[in-house]
Design a protein around this ligand. Structure first.
Ligand SMILES: Nc1ncnc2c1ncn2[C@@H]1O[C@H](COP(=O)(O)OP(=O)(O)OP(=O)(O)O)[C@@H](O)[C@H]1O
Ligand SMILES: [Mg+2]
Length: 549
C-alpha cells in the first residue's frame, strides 16, 4: 500500500503552452507519483510510468482540482513547468492523503529559508534525493502558526468559506472522504490490510461491529475503476455507492439452466464487466443464495478464462453476518441454502475475520443480551430482562413504535390502513426521475415513485440531512402540517420541527450510466419489513423503538 507521500493511479500528463493549450499528452494506465526532497530540502514530485514517463517536477506552485476526489480523480497543475497531471483511478482515501500531504509540505516549505542558486552551486553537500517524511507535528505547527499570522478579516473569510465547503461536501458525498481520517480499530485495520494486500477475505461480526463502516473505508482504499462494489440488495448497494450483485453478474435471477446463464453472461457488456475488474466486493453476502453463488463463481472462471483460481482470479472481499438475514425465499423455491454451504465457497479459500467490538451500543448488558440472542441462546435471565421492557412507555410525543413485519406487503397494508384512518386531506408527491418506469430506481432507492402523506402520518427520514441536529437516516416523526409551498413539515421525535426539501438519489447501472430520482426523503413508518428496516436504519438504530410484529 502506498504511503501518504506516494500514490499509484492511472491518468494522463499534459504539457501546456503559454496560452494554456495542450501541446502534448501522454495517457497511462498506471503511474506512480512520489514526493521527494533534495539535499537543500527542496521538494519534488516524481512521476513514473514504465517506459512512457519519467519526470521530476519541483513542488513550488501548484493548482489542485479535487472536486472529484471521491471518485479517485484530481488534477495537479505544476505552474512553473506548465505541466498538468490528470489523476484517475486512485484509491480515494490515498488520493486525499497524498493531496493533503502535498498541501501541508508546500505550505510549510514556503515559510522555510530559501537557498539561492548561487549558494546551491557553491555548496559542498553531496547531491541526494530522499523520500519525504509523512506529515509531522512540526509541519502542522508551522501551518498553524502561519494561519495565526493571517489578519482577522482574512481568517473570518477563510472560516466562512471552509464552513460552506464543509456543508457542500457533506451533502454531495456522504460516502465521506473523512474516512481517510477516521480511526479504525486494530481488528478493523487487520481486515483492511489483508484486503488491500490482495487476499481473499470474508469478514463478519454481530450487528454494530462496524462491518459496513469498514467496507466503506475499504472501498476508498481500492482503485475505483478496478473494483466492483456490489451488494445482495439494492438498498445495501446504494449505501456503499455500488450496484446489486444481480445487475453486475448479468444472469438475471440465475434460476435458468447453467448454459442459459452463461449465454446471458457472455453478452458483450456483461462479459466486459466480468473481465475488467480486479476486486469483487459483496456486501450483505448472507442474502446470496447457494446455487446462484455457485453459478457466478463458475461463470467468472469461464469468462475470465482462468479456471485455476476461484472467480477466475478476482480478489474477493465478502462481508455480512450469516446470523442475520438469510437468502430471500420466493414462492418457487422454498429450500434455499446459504452460499457458504457451497463447494464454490470452500474453493474461494477465504481468510475469515470476526469483528468483536460493538460500536453501536454502549451498554455492555444490552450488547451481551443481543449477542446471546444472535446465537440462539435465550436464557431465563434474558427472557426476564426483555419482559421487563413491556412496562416501557411505547408512545412518545405522538410517535408509536414501528412494527416490524416479515413481508413487505404486510407492512404496506398496515401503513395504508393507518393512513386511511387519518381524516386530513391527502397530499401526493411524484418523484422526478431521469428515466420513466425504472425498475432499477424502484429497487435501489429507498424512496418510492409516489409518496402519499396526510397530516399526522408517521414517517421516517431516509437521508442524513444534518447529522449534528439529529436529522439522520432513520429518524422518525410525524407530518405536522404542509408548508404554504406544499412541502411536508415534520415534527421529529427529538422535538425538532423541519420542513423537508426533495433530495436526489443517484444509482449506478452496470454499464456505468447514472440514473437519478428526486423525491422527498420520507417513508410511512407505522410498519416496516425486517429487510427494509435492516438496511434503511442500520446507520442510526438509536432512533428506533421497535415492536415485533
Ligand atoms: N472504528 C470506528 N470508530 C467509530 N465508529 C465506528 C467504528 N466502527 C464502526 N463505527 C460506528 O458504529 C456504528 C455501527 O457500524 P456499522 O453500521 O458499520 O455496523 P454493522 O456491523 O454493519 O452492523 P449491521 O450488522 O447491523 O449492518 C456506526 O454508527 C459506525 O459509524
Ligand atoms: Mg451493516
Amino acid at each position: 500500500m502506498s504511503s501518504s507521500t506516494e500514490l499509484d493511479c492511472g491518468g494522463s500528463i499534459e504539457w501546456l503552452n503559454a496560452s494554456q493549450m495542450v501541446t502534448k499528452q501522454v495517457k497511462v494506465k498506471t503511474m506512480n507519483l512520489q514526493m521527494i526532497r533534495n539535499e537543500f530540502r527542496e521538494i519534488y514530485v516524481t512521476i513514473k510510468s514504465q517506459n512512457k514517463v519519467n519526470l521530476k517536477l519541483p513542488l513550488v506552485d501548484v493548482n489542485i482540482h479535487k472536486n472529484f476526489v471521491v471518485e479517485g480523480k484530481a488534477s495537479i497543475h505544476f505552474t512553473k513547468d506548465n505541466i498538468r497531471v490528470m489523476i484517475s483511478n486512485a484509491p480515494p482515501s490515498m488520493l486525499v492523503m497524498f493531496l493533503k500531504t502535498m498541501f501541508v509540505k508546500l505550505t510549510s516549505r514556503k515559510n522555510s529559508p530559501k537557498i539561492n542558486t548561487r549558494e546551491q552551486l557553491l555548496s559542498k553537500k553531496p547531491q541526494s534525493f530522499e523520500e519525504i517524511s509523512p506529515i509531522s507535528s512540526k509541519d502542522v505547527n508551522r501551518l498553524n502558526s502561519q494561519i495565526a499570522k493571517l489578519p482577522p478579516a482574512e481568517l473570518k473569510k477563510r472560516h466562512i468559506l471552509q464552513q460552506r465547503k464543509k456543508q457542500d461536501t457533506t451533502r454531495k458525498c456522504a460516502k465521506s472522504l473523512d474516512l481517510a481520517n477516521t480511526k479504525l480499530t486494530e481488528e478493523q485495520k487487520e481486515v483492511l490490510q489483508a484486503a488491500v494486500s490482495g487476499q481473499n477475505i470474508f469478514f463478519t461480526g454481530s450487528a454494530g461491529t462496524g462491518k459496513s463502516f469498514l467496507l466503506r473505508c475499504l472501498l476508498s482504499a481500492l482503485p475505483p475503476d478496478f473494483t466492483a462494489a456490489t451488494a445482495s440488495t439494492g438498498a445495501a448497494a446504494c449505501l456503499i455507492g455500488g450496484i446489486t450483485l444481480h445487475s453486475f453478474a448479468g444472469i438475471g435471477s440465475g434460476e435458468g439452466t447453467f448454459e442459459r446463464c452463461l449465454e446471458l453472461a457472455k453478452r458483450p457488456q456483461v462479459a466486459q464487466n466480468w473481465r475488467k475488474f480486479k476486486y469483487l466486493v459483496i456486501d450483505e453476502i448472507s442474502m446470496v443464495e447457494k446455487d446462484y453463488f455457485e453459478k457466478i463463481e463458475k461463470i467468472a472462471r469461464i469468462i475470465r478464462n482462468n479456471n485455476d483460481e476461484p472467480f477466475g482470479g478476482l480478489k474477493l472481499i465478502f462481508c455480512g453476518d450469516f446470523l442475520q438475514l438469510p437468502p430471500v425465499v420466493t414462492g418457487k423455491s422454498s429450500s434455499k441454502k446459504f452460499c457458504f454451504q457451497s463447494e464454490a465457497w470452500a474453493r474461494c479459500n477465504l481468510r475469515s475475520f470476526i469483528l468483536q467490538t460493538v460500536h453501536r451500543q454502549a451498554d455492555p448488558k444490552f450488547v451481551s443480551l443481543l449477542n446471546n440472542i444472535r446465537m440462539g441462546r435465550v436464557t431465563d435471565d434474558i427472557v426476564q430482562t426483555l419482559k421487563l421492557t413491556a412496562k416501557n412507555e411505547l408512545e412518545k410525543d405522538g410517535i408509536i413504535p414501528t412494527q416490524l413485519c416479515c413481508r413487505t406487503n404486510e407492512a404496506e397494508t398496515i401503513n395504508n390502513n393507518k393512513l386511511a384512518q387519518l381524516t386530513g386531506t391527502e397530499k401526493r408527491y411524484d418523484s422526478v426521475d431521469s428515466v420513466s418506469d425504472s425498475k432499477t430506481l424502484n429497487d435501489q432507492t429507498p424512496v418510492s415513485r409516489v409518496l402519499v402523506l396526510k397530516e399526522g402520518a408517521q414517517v421516517m427520514l431516509l437521508k442524513n440531512i444534518n447529522v449534528g441536529s439529529g436529522l439522520v437516516n432513520g429518524a422518525r416523526g410525524f407530518v405536522l402540517k404542509f408548508s404554504p409551498e406544499g412541502a411536508p413539515v415534520i415534527k421529529f421525535k427529538s422535538g425538532l420541527v423541519h420542513t423537508l426539501q426533495p433530495e436526489k438519489w443517484v444509482v449506478k447501472c452496470p454499464n456505468g450510466t447514472l440514473l437519478t430520482r428526486r423525491q422527498y426523503p420520507l417513508k410511512l413508518a407505522w410498519a416496516f419489513s425486517i429487510h427494509k428496516s435492516q438496511i434503511s436504519v442500520c446507520l442510526h438504530p438509536q432512533n428506533w423503538t421497535v415492536e415485533a410484529a
